[in-house]
Write a protein that binds this ligand. Structure first.
Ligand code: BV8
Ligand code: ZN
Length: 252
């Protein structure tokens, strides 16, 4: 049941931010970041694989991991949580979606997110930075090492178009995300463990600027203390129910 105070705040909100992490894609069958390591990857710590240093050391292992993840996303569909976020954008005056995810499920549900950590679908050359569009999806990728393709321009190695640990986030995206957090009435933090910085600052900035922070997560996270509302549950069940209770005809 959505708390009545939250219903009132949402109905009167003019600026809403939705900030998502891997948990919003969990019910589409995409392993979250912490458990993105099944099969071959269970031997590795994602913090070790998602780095430029790992790619330099073993490009086939890292490229294989990302191609396995890309194949999983290509075979998945947006879930009711993605669709509820896209729908909410038509129910409030201004909704800004900020995602840490590198899958394309928000876009496929009709949203246009600010992307903080890049995308599995924007590979580029590790050496000269040349973008390489969306490479044809590799054949069904087993979870095993795969040699990265060579850059057409400089013969360097193609890398995933994601932000690795130790790499800077895209400045424009981060500034836009911080601006939205500073000026919103309500911020939803959906499906993130709230431990990766600087992204994890976003809900904190919103709370400090007077917004009501709503956390949607089956588990506790470091954001629990700061969140005004902790909706314990999965994105695909909590968000559609919240929309029904807040904006359905009889509830307007
Ligand atoms: C930078 C792309 C500087 C790649 C990712 C010590 C202290 C503070 C910071 C640091 C530190 N040491 C190092 C740092 C910096 C570091 C960092 O924050 N480390 C942390 C881990 C301590 N940050 C960086 O390195 C960043 N860069 O600082 O650069 C700099 C500046 C200038 C010039 C040069 C350098 C870069 C960070 C970005 C890394 N890239 N992703 C890839 O995807 O492979 S981060 C990756 O983890 C994800 O993208 C995501 O952003 C992040 C966290 O994952 P979550 O999305 O939260 O997913 P997770 O699995 O953790 O949690 C899922 C949640 O969902 C859980 O809470 C679960 O309960 C919930 N859930 C599950 N099911 C559901 C659900 N919720 C709802 N519904 C469900 N059904
Ligand atoms: Zn190149």
């Amino acid at each position: 049941m959505t708390p009545s105070e939250l219903l009132a705040r949402l109905r009167s909100a003019s600026r809403v931010v939705v900030f998502t992490g891997a948990g919003v894609s969990a019910e589409s069958g995409i392993p979250t970041f912490r458990d993105a390591l099944t099969g071959l990857w269970s031997k590795f710590d994602p913090m070790q694989l998602a780095t430029a240093e790992a790619f330099r050391r073993d490009p086939a292992l890292v490229w294989g991991w990302y191609e396995w993840r890309r194949a999983k996303v290509a075979g998945a569909k947006p879930n009711a949580g993605h669709f509820a976020i896209a729908k909410m954008a038509s129910l409030v005056p201004l909704l800004t979606l900020i995602t840490q995810n590198v899958d394309d499920l928000h876009e496929r549900a009709g949203s246009d997110p600010i992307r903080l950590h890049g995308s599995l679908f924007a590979p580029r050359c590790f050496d000269c930075g040349e973008g390489h569009g969306v490479l044809p999806a590799s054949p069904i990728v087993a979870d095993e090492p795969l040699e990265p393709p060579a850059c057409a321009r400089c013969a360097g190695k193609i890398r995933p178009g994601v932000v690795w640990f130790g790499e800077a986030l895209p400045g424009e995206a981060l500034d836009a995300a911080f601006d939205a957090a500073r000026s919103c009435d309500v911020l939803f933090s959906v499906g993130t463990s709230s431990v990766v910085y600087p992204a994890a600052e976003i809900p904190v900035i919103a709370a400090r600027s007077g917004a009501a922070v709503v956390q949607v997560n089956p588990d506790r996270t470091p954001l629990d203390e700061m969140a005004r509302f902790n909706l314990r549950g999965s994105a695909a069940s909590v968000l559609p129910q919240l929309l029904r209770e807040t904006w359905s005809e009889e509830n307007r």
